[in-house]
Design a protein around this ligand. Structure first.
Ligand code: URA
Length: 434
């Protein structure tokens, strides 16, 4: 088999066979197919696409490029969640304890975040003493004993994607539904869960800018997941403004705890109920969405989800007292209010730019090697459609020093646009694809 023939076949609209796709992924991972040929093939795929069978073959070939997690030592249904990423996304910190409290086993491998804030495991490190790199033995023991463990990726999962995604990133070949589907689903399938729920974001702060693109991606992801024998559903949600109020690390943990305590409602809770209902119904633990929602709401009312978070923290050597007393979490030395320079209704908040404000404060990573400051970030007080008076606070900035605080305040003000007349809040949950 010659890679040049396969590039030409795809360029001319042909369909690659299973063997050809395996040859490509194995060769690229092993280094016998060079970057320049792989990028030419990716560009051909961007223009010609791939059918469902090719996308599934690509996903499976990538999944088998490294280790896969065997979750069979864990009794019960194993659930997992993936988000296509957005600003202020602390959903896993709420959803995982909620569904674990309902009996779904959460054995989650999570990557560190690159960009505006840390990932879930960075955020969990806000709990004093929390260890993300626990041994495999402890990981399985915790899931069996308390129902939940969230660890940093230790296994050599999907090396093909690490190499391929980095290549696509610098060759203009990220925006292709089959390439995105195989990239995301190879990692999710390798992580071993029986039931996978996907949060596909759309809007200015998301990877998919339009609802139609998000819908197409969600359909592709769920189709391939099902063809691979897993139960998969997707929820399409708005990311035109940040999710919830907090953007940062420890402050996102505080917001998550406030949802688990039943003190904060709104879209963040709605999202967790929608994602959680998918997991509980697909797992067979609930018979209907309404029963699932009731069960999930009960975990908040009875405090069982908060307790589950405390057990997760304790199981990974962290201090569970910080779950009940958030003053024990890292706190930034400087706090300032960002006052609005005008009155009006909030028309739009540029989500991606808000993420960059958090990054400017030190809450995110520019490169894999950067360290992040868990204490910094911002808390929005005004969201789209809210009315604001001139001089009223739009947000609180949590900064490492006065200068960064002032710079962040100026940047954040620019993220807001206003209208003199009332603004309609966009629909938050756009669709659920089962
Ligand atoms: N996220 C991924 O993991 N892969 C892609 O290709 C795009 C987004």
């Amino acid at each position: 088999m010659q890679m040049t023939d396969l590039i030409a076949k795809k360029r001319d609209g042909g369909t690659l066979t299973t063997e050809e796709i395996e040859f490509i992924i194995q060769g690229y991972t092993a280094g016998t197919i060079p970057d320049y040929q792989m990028s030419a093939l990716c560009m051909a795929i961007v223009f010609q696409g791939m059918n469902d069978r090719e996308t599934l073959d690509m996903t499976m070939a990538m999944m088998h490029s490294g280790e896969t997690l065997d979750l069979s030592p864990i009794q019960g249904i194993k659930g997992d969640k993936h988000s296509t990423g957005g600003v202020g996304d602390k959903t896993s910190l709420i959803l995982c304890p909620m569904v674990a409290a309902c009996g779904v086993k959460i054995a989650k491998m999570s990557g560190r975040g690159l960009g505006h804030t840390g990932g879930t495991i960075d955020k969990l490190e806000s709990f004093p003493g929390f260890v993300t790199g626990i041994s495999e033995e402890r990981f399985f023991e915790n899931v069996n004993r308390i129902g939940i463990a969230i660890a940093g990726q230790t296994a050599n999962l999907v090396p093909a994607d690490k190499k391929l995604y980095a290549l696509r990133d610098v060759t203009g070949t990220v925006p292709s539904i089959p390439l995105i589907v195989s990239s995301i689903m190879s990692k999710k399938l390798a992580s071993g869960a029986d039931v996978i729920v996907l949060d596909v974001k759309c809007g200015s702060g998301a990877f998919m800018k339009t609802e139609e693109q998000a819908r197409e991606l969600a359909r592709g992801l769920t189709r391939v997941g099902r063809l691979a024998g897993r139960k998969v559903c997707a929820v399409i949600t708005d990311m035109d403004e940040p999710l919830g109020y907090a953007v940062g690390n420890a402050i996102e943990v505080k917001e998550a705890i406030s949802v688990l305590r039943g003190e904060t409602k709104g879209e963040l809770l709605e999202l967790c109920l929608a994602l959680g209902s998918c997991i509980l119904t697909e797992s067979g633990i609930a018979e209907s969405d309404s029963q699932a929602r009731e069960m999930l709401q009960e975990t908040i009312a009875m405090g069982s989800a908060l307790k589950k978070l405390a057990e997760l923290v304790e199981g990974q050597y962290g201090d569970p007292a910080a779950v009940y007393d958030t003053s024990l979490l890292p706190a930034a030395p400087v706090t300032i209010e960002v006052e609005s320079e005008q009155a009006g209704y909030v028309r739009h908040i540029e989500a991606e730019q808000v993420g960059l404000v958090s990054m400017h404060l030190g809450g995110g990573r520019a490169t894999k090697e950067s360290t992040i400051d868990l204490s910094v970030g911002l808390e929005l007080h005004k969201k789209v459609a809210d009315h604001v008076e001139a001089g009223e606070s739009l947000a609180t900035i949590y900064a490492p020093n006065e200068q960064k605080a002032a710079e962040a305040a100026a940047l954040l003000r620019r993220c807001y646009t206003f209208s003199d007349t009332p603004v309609e809040k966009p629909k938050f949950i756009k669709d659920i694809i089962r």
